[in-house]
Design a protein around this ligand. Structure first.
Ligand SMILES: Nc1ncnc2c1ncn2[C@@H]1O[C@H](COP(=O)(O)OP(=O)(O)OP(=O)(O)O)[C@@H](O)[C@H]1O
Ligand SMILES: [Mg+2]
Length: 229
C-alpha cells in the first residue's frame, strides 16, 4: 500500500475534443492501480445529454474511487454546449472561482489524488476577467498537457506550453493522445514535441484502446514516491 499523498493536477489540452476526458479517466485508472484513491473533477462543463447530465462528468465519476456530491465534482454546469462564459451569460449564472475553490478543497479531503479537467483549451474564458489558466493558478495546480496528435498539434502544443510558462505555472508533463489513427509521420511529430516541450512525456495513448490499456500506457512519475511496478 502506498503512503497517503495529497496531490492535484490540472489537465488541459491543445484544444477542445482532443481527449482530455479520455486521458483524465486513464489517469484516474493509473492512479488507482498504484494504490492511491483518486477523484476526477470537472469544475465547469457546458452541454448536457437528454438525461440532463454532462457526459464528461459522468465519465469522470465512473472512473473515480468514490462518488462525491455532484456539486463538488462539477460546481458549474450549463445546458448549452458553447464556450463557458457565453453559456454563463445566457443562462444567467456566472462562474464563481471561489465556489470552485471550495468544492476543490472538499474533494481534497476525500482522495489522495485529484485530476481536474479544464474546459476546452488553456485560455478559454470563464468571464470577463478569468480564464481556465487563472483557475489552475488560483488552485496552485501543476499542469498536465494533453496533446491531441493530429496535424496542427505542434503549434497548438507549443503555444500552450509557452502560455503556461508565461503565467509562471508549472508544466508537469504531457501526454500524446492518438486521436487521428491516420496521422502522417506520427513518430516524427512525437519526437518534435519531446525535444521542444521541455517536460516529461507521461505516455502515448494509442487510438481506440480501452481505458485499462490506456492507463497502462501512462508512467505516473509526477506522483510522489512513484516507482515502476
Ligand atoms: N485515444 C483515443 N482513441 C480513440 N478515440 C479517442 C481517443 N481519445 C479521445 N477519443 C474520442 O475523442 C472524442 C473527444 O474526446 P474527449 O471527450 O476525451 O475530449 P475532450 O478534450 O475532453 O473534449 P472537451 O473539450 O469537450 O472536454 C471522444 O469521442 C473520445 O471517445
Ligand atoms: Mg472533456
Amino acid at each position: 500500500m502506498n503512503r497517503v499523498v495529497q496531490e492535484a493536477f490540472f489537465v488541459t489540452g491543445t484544444d477542445t475534443d482532443v481527449g482530455k476526458t479520455h486521458v483524465t479517466c486513464a489517469l484516474l485508472h493509473a492512479t488507482r492501480l498504484l494504490g492511491f484513491s483518486a477523484i476526477g473533477m470537472k469544475p465547469v462543463a457546458a452541454g448536457v445529454e437528454k438525461d440532463g447530465r454532462n457526459s464528461d462528468v459522468v465519465k469522470l465519476l465512473t472512473a473515480s474511487s468514490i462518488v462525491p456530491p455532484l456539486e463538488w465534482v462539477n460546481p458549474f454546469l450549463y445546458g448549452l454546449a458553447v464556450a463557458p462564459h457565453i453559456a454563463a451569460r445566457e443562462e444567467g449564472r456566472s462562474i464563481d472561482i471561489e465556489v470552485i475553490r471550495h468544492a476543490f478543497e472538499q474533494l481534497q479531503r476525500l482522495a489522495d489524488v485529484l485530476w481536474v479537467e479544464g474546459a476546452g483549451g488553456l485560455l478559454v474564458p470563464f468571464d470577463d476577467r478569468h480564464n481556465a489558466a487563472d483557475l489552475a493558478q488560483l488552485l496552485g495546480l501543476p499542469i498536465i498537457l494533453v496533446v491531441g496528435m493530429r496535424i496542427g498539434c505542434l503549434n497548438h502544443a507549443l503555444l500552450t506550453a509557452e502560455a503556461i510558462r508565461n503565467r509562471k505555472l508549472h508544466l508537469a508533463g504531457w501526454i500524446a493522445n492518438q486521436i487521428d489513427p491516420d496521422m502522417n509521420r506520427f513518430e516524427a511529430n512525437l519526437e518534435s514535441l519531446q525535444t521542444r516541450l521541455g517536460t516529461p512525456l507521461i505516455g502515448v495513448i494509442p487510438f481506440g484502446t480501452s481505458l485499462a490499456l490506456a492507463a497502462q500506457a501512462l508512467r505516473l512519475s509526477v506522483l510522489p514516491g512513484f516507482t515502476d511496478l
